[in-house]
Write a protein that binds this ligand. Structure first.
Ligand SMILES: [Mn+2]
Length: 427
């Protein structure tokens, strides 16, 4: 540990004056050098000297910005060697053009090289570090604790529903906000690199539709942007305290640019759409005989089903994806604008026997249970989606598919995941 701190402090010593912190324009260089040191340490079995901070496996901008910001403040300000770990493969960065845009603004021209991601550690089993900080989720993934008995969570900063785990994490901030990055911003000093301020602001804007009044933004999000904007690379000439913050040109222009990039998914295949914004969950339903482990995936897709999944694509690509991930349940959550500009959501669900799972899993019972739970939910208000008829609508064999219109278009995966958990956990 001591030698790692010494080496880090050599690299960061020129940053330590309060002014110098802000004037350093090489956030990306600094983070890339931390990655090189971390990988070196891992090679010589010293991965335990580091705290690994990671966001969730969807690897959205909120997760990436929160990880980088937390790693920066811990390493540079508090001298706790901390590496940002992005939960995606090296090839996955291209799935989210909005991430590339924001990272580019923050000086990361080649994030696949500059940031640490899953591909960099693919050969290490068990995971080579034991101390974790979680941002943008609050449950440590099993791939980090499997065969790693000393694995522990030292800190949590999140805005998802609290799963009540890792109670001795410190800090342990789990509170509502539009973006997790807004909570992380509270840990950052004013004299931070301008690029880092810009990156955090970008994450907040994309998750709050540019702080749109009446949208997902909370006071935590607004306060974070108001405070960081003068320290960022974005210009700010207007008063920043009022509710008009979303109208500041640099704010609304960045929000618009990110939104446009995010919606630009026309080039992606159905397979890439399924994996670009994806989270996975496991359950042990006690109402199934022998309570087998059930793996479920939830993919958020920013296009209507008609736009990418018709003609049997939902069935063929959905099932192929389920086979690859060993899923018994796949939920596809779409979010898009209608021709009239109205924001809408749909859900497509596929239930089938996983090729890797126990053949004794009663998929018919899972499907029945799921349909009852979904259709009975007063939060979701689902109705059958008549305009999209799945090819295998008739439930033959061991595959079940249902497609719904979501009456409550405000419910994101943040609401669907707890509902699915409740359905799986309830008799
Ligand atoms: Mn988030």
């Amino acid at each position: 540990m001591a030698s790692t701190v010494r080496r880090l402090s050599r690299i960061t010593s020129h940053l330590n004056g309060s002014k110098a912190l802000k004037e350093d324009q090489h956030l990306a260089k600094l983070i890339a050098s931390h990655k090189a040191q971390y990988l070196n340490d891992v090679k010589s079995s010293k991965g335990k000297d580091w705290t690994v901070v990671m966001g969730n496996e969807a690897a959205d901008l909120d997760s990436i910005a929160s990880s980088i910001a937390y790693a920066w403040v811990q390493t540079v300000v508090h001298h706790q060697p901390t590496i940002a770990y992005i939960q995606c493969e090296r090839d996955d960065y291209s799935l989210r053009p909005e991430n590339l845009h924001a990272l580019h603004l923050a000086g990361f021209n080649d994030p696949a090289t500059q940031l640490l991601c899953a591909s960099d550690l693919a050969t290490y089993r068990p995971f080579p570090s034991t101390r974790f900080a979680l941002v943008d989720h609050n449950r440590l993934g099993t791939q980090f604790s499997d065969g790693n008995p000393d694995a522990h969570v030292a800190a949590i900063v999140d805005h998802h529903e609290d799963e009540g785990l890792h109670k001795d994490a410190d800090p342990r901030v789990v509170a509502p906000s539009g973006s997790c990055a807004a909570h992380v911003a509270g840990l950052l000093p004013d004299n931070l690199p301008a690029e880092l301020a810009t990156l955090v602001i970008a994450a907040i804007l994309i998750d709050t539709s540019g702080l749109r009044p009446g949208g997902k933004a909370t006071d935590v999000d607004r306060a974070a942007v108001a405070r960081l904007l003068p320290h960022s690379t974005l210009s700010s000439e207007q008063s920043l305290t009022g509710p008009e913050l979303h109208d500041v040109p640099s704010v609304s222009e960045l929000a618009q640019a990110l939104q446009t990039k995010k919606a630009d998914v026309a080039a992606l295949s159905a397979w890439d759409l399924l994996r670009r914004d994806y989270k996975e969950y496991t359950y042990r339903p006690s109402w199934l005989s022998s309570a087998p482990e059930i793996r479920a995936g939830l993919a958020t897709v920013p296009l209507s089903l008609k736009a990418w999944a018709k003609g049997g694509v939902l069935e063929s690509e959905g099932v192929r994806y389920m086979d690859a991930r060993g899923l018994s349940v796949l939920g596809v959550l779409t979010t898009f604008q209608s021709k009239k500009g109205k924001h809408k959501r749909q859900m497509a669900w596929v239930v089938r026997a996983s090729p890797h799972g126990s053949s004794s899993i009663d998929v018919d019972a899972i499907a029945t249970h799921l349909w009852t739970g979904l259709e009975g939910s007063s939060d979701m208000c689902v109705t059958p989606l008549k305009s999209f008829e799945p090819h295998r609508w008739e439930e033959t064999g061991s595959i079940h598919i249902r497609v719904y219109k979501q009456g409550n278009a405000k419910a994101t995966r943040k609401a669907v995941a707890p509902l699915l958990k409740k359905i799986m956990d309830t008799e």
